[in-house]
Design a protein around this ligand. Structure first.
Ligand code: SIN
Length: 284
């Protein structure tokens, strides 16, 4: 396996791999180590079927079902992220987020396989939240150290739900769940259990406020943080090709699906995995 970084901060392309073949224990270890270091891995020309996709996810953790976008039997853990050519609404994941951070136990990573991609556009951006923590001004670090942030499932609930015409994956994604509006508390800063790198754990899609502060009081601080955490120096941008696979660390990154390919269909197959729990990343 060759590992080629794709920016100075985040992401690496792996080559010399055929993930359709059984994955040896040595390769499993090498894949986990590469993810711990680079946070986003890209492997082109894999064309994995659902069973192979699942086996790859299991290298990193147990695949979990997304209750708001479950897959069809026999693979409920596989969300099909589909945007039809004539769908003028938002895209699934079309805002900076970490997957399902409003869960009590969010997944610590995801595997996304490209099944059909537009001839241009439909890229995915990733931002390194370890670099964002390292680059954060000291007074903001002090505010966040040891503090919890409150996350809610805005798009899936009632209180903050976007208007129907802006919703992505209408019909295949479940909405209006009052439980998604329930506040969940997670540490603002997570520590990677293997590398000990600290990372900001927040995102504009689901993070509502700081513990001990109202939404209004939190707004200026969160806005400054959201701007800081997604600056270009912390980011990479993946250009998809059919058969490509991306794997990411959901506790150390944010990502953003770019909505710029109206007129073309895009279909991806996604698993989220639970290897580490959030408490494994919270030694304090
Ligand atoms: C997601 O947020 O997982 C979707 C990413 C994408 O479709 O590019």
């Amino acid at each position: 396996m060759r590992i080629t970084p794709i920016t100075g901060t985040i992401g690496a392309e792996l080559s010399g791999l055929d993930l359709k073949q059984p994955i040896s224990e040595d390769l499993e270890q090498a894949l986990r180590a590469a993810l711990d270091t680079h946070l986003v891995l890209v492997i082109k020309d894999q064309f994995l079927d659902a069973a192979q996709h699942r086996l790859l996810s299991e290298v990193f953790g147990k695949p979990m079902v997304n209750p708001y976008a479950p897959g069809k039997a026999p693979h409920p853990e596989m969300t099909h992220v589909i945007k039809e050519a004539d769908d003028a609404a938002g895209v699934f994941g079309g805002g900076w987020h970490t997957d399902l951070s409003f869960f009590d136990q969010p997944p610590n990573g995801s595997v996304l396989c490209a099944l059909e991609v537009p001839p241009f556009g439909g890229d995915t951006l990733f931002s390194n939240q370890q670099a964002a923590w390292d680059g954060l001004a000291a007074p903001l670090r002090e505010i966040l150290n040891e503090r919890k942030l409150i996350h809610v499932g805005k798009p899936y609930g009632i209180k903050w739900a976007p208007p129907i015409e802006e919703q992505s994956m209408k019909g295949s994604s479940l909405r209006n769940d009052p439980d998604a509006d329930r506040e969940r508390f997670h540490p603002a800063v997570l520590t990677h259990p293997v590398t000990n790198r600290r990372a900001l754990y927040l995102n504009p899609t689901y993070t509502l406020r700081l513990e001990g502060m109202s939404e209004e009081e939190s707004r200026p601080i969160l806005d400054a943080l959201f701007q800081h955490t997604t600056q270009p120096e912390y980011c990479c941008r993946l250009r998809w090709s059919e058969g490509m696979v991306a794997i990411w660390d959901n506790f150390s990154t944010q990502h953003y699906a770019v909505n710029d390919y109206y007129g073309y269909r895009r279909e991806m197959r996604r698993t989220a995995f639970s290897g580490y729990s959030i408490s494994d990343y919270s030694p304090h």
